[in-house]
Design a protein around this ligand. Structure first.
Ligand SMILES: [Zn+2]
Length: 409
């Protein structure tokens, strides 16, 4: 039996804080490493220098994903860790950077203790996870896993008309390598309040919930607010208002984590004494279970039509997004859970409300995620915070899982 060894939290903290200084503009409280900007290039350059000083073989693919490979005893496909170094504007230091730099810390720990693995290990930073400048988001992992065509991604343009292809060339990160992995693990901050509120140290991520979006319109009749009796009205705004409340009740009825939201409502003509003839709205429905997700979508559509009939208005509904739920393989989820239990950490199964690179790497190879608490559920802001004790636990758990995956053939 090998002696227990652990990651070095002060070394990881120092790397996180060093990366956290990249992209600070004019003493602002947050940093901005928006994908493929000069600040993103600075973050990438720092990461590449860190990979090189650990003696890793640095690779870059045509969409600019960067990864470093540590050789194993065999030339099997690597066990990969990773996340993203790009950020939203005015971000904290944890979202994304944690998964990348914790992966590097795992490799540093193994190097320090001279531990060999059967399979090679790799740590990756995926291009444009945030989608703040170029869409779609999660672009690097989507392209690497074959879920989005490289050509289309390279042609995506920002508000100024600059293409991903041009921006990648400008910062010198258009490579020729092919990203491959035998399995993938991503440590990430929860970005929600559950673990922090429940005082749970580790979230064992079962999957990522599906997201459906619609745009809809109710069309009734404009008329005088003072002269039209209630039972003569065809009030599109009243129908949309009922839809807001009924969407909430529908989510409660479905239960088990279902979420339904009317985020936008635009009545027309939007005048104080006129019954709105037309009301445009957006709908968002989420669930992690594929069957419940599919049934829930039908219920949402049925609800929109039923309310239209009750109010004597017509309706139009167009679905504009449909990202199916992801369930990580049970063997991977159970591995995370087993090592968390063995280490004596408090844990809970959790479903990710946000998208992550793991949801696309999952299409390439068995994948899983580990969540650590986000204080007050805050993220995408300078106040984003996870305690270093939680990060130490999460990274040690990552190490244990990587050893299991890397030492089996
Ligand atoms: Zn992230």
């Amino acid at each position: 039996m090998k002696k227990e060894f652990h990651i070095n939290i002060s070394r990881l903290r120092s790397s996180m804080e060093t990366m956290g200084k990249v992209g600070i503009i004019d003493d602002s409280p947050g940093r901005s490493r928006i994908a493929l900007t000069s600040q993103d290039k600075d973050g990438r350059d720092l990461f590449v220098s860190m990979l090189s000083s650990e003696g890793l073989d640095v690779r870059v693919d045509p969409i600019g994903n960067i990864w470093g490979i540590r050789a194993g005893r065999t030339d099997a496909l690597p066990v990969m860790m990773g996340s993203h170094l790009d950020s939203v504007a005015n971000a904290g230091i944890f979202d994304g950077s944690l998964g990348v730099l914790a992966g590097l810390e795992v490799i540093r720990t193994l190097n320090e203790h001279g531990i060999e693995t059967e399979k090679p290990l790799a740590v990756a930073s995926f291009t444009n996870e945030e989608g703040a400048r170029f869409q779609p988001d999660m672009m690097g992992s989507m392209v690497a896993s074959g879920c989005y065509p490289l050509e289309d991604a390279l042609q995506a343009r920002d508000d100024k008309g600059i293409s991903v292809e041009a921006a990648l060339k400008e910062i010198g990160y258009a490579g020729n390598d092919r990203l491959q992995a035998s399995s993938y693990l991503e440590l990430h901050v929860e970005q929600g309040p559950v673990l922090d509120r429940e005082k749970i140290q580790i979230g064992v991520v079962k999957g990522i919930q599906g997201i459906a979006w619609w745009h809809g319109t109710y069309t009734g009749e404009a008329n005088h607010a003072g002269t039209t009796p209630l039972d003569y009205r065809k009030d599109s705004l009243l129908a949309a208002s009922e839809l807001c409340c009924e969407m909430r009740l529908l989510a409660e009825k479905i239960g088990a984590g279902a979420l339904a939201t009317v985020g936008r409502i635009h009545p027309y003509p939007d005048i104080i004494n006129v019954i709105a003839s037309q009301t445009w709205f957006s709908l968002d429905f989420r669930h992690y279970d594929r069957t419940v997700f599919e049934e829930g979508k039908k219920e949402v559509e049925g609800l929109v039509r039923r309310i239209a009939r009750q109010h004597g208005v017509s309706c139009k509904l167009e679905q504009v997004a449909n990202a199916l739920p992801v369930s990580f393989p049970l063997s991977m989820v159970q591995m995370v859970e087993r090592h968390a239990r063995k280490s004596g950490y408090s844990l809970a199964p959790i479903v990710s409300g946000a998208g992550h690179d793991a949801q696309f790497m999952h299409r390439m190879c068995p994948s899983a995620m580990i969540f650590v608490p986000s204080r007050n559920g805050r993220s995408h802001c300078p106040e984003e915070y996870t305690s270093w004790e939680d990060i130490e636990r999460g990274t040690n758990l990552l190490l244990r899982c990587i050893l299991e995956l890397g030492c089996s053939l």
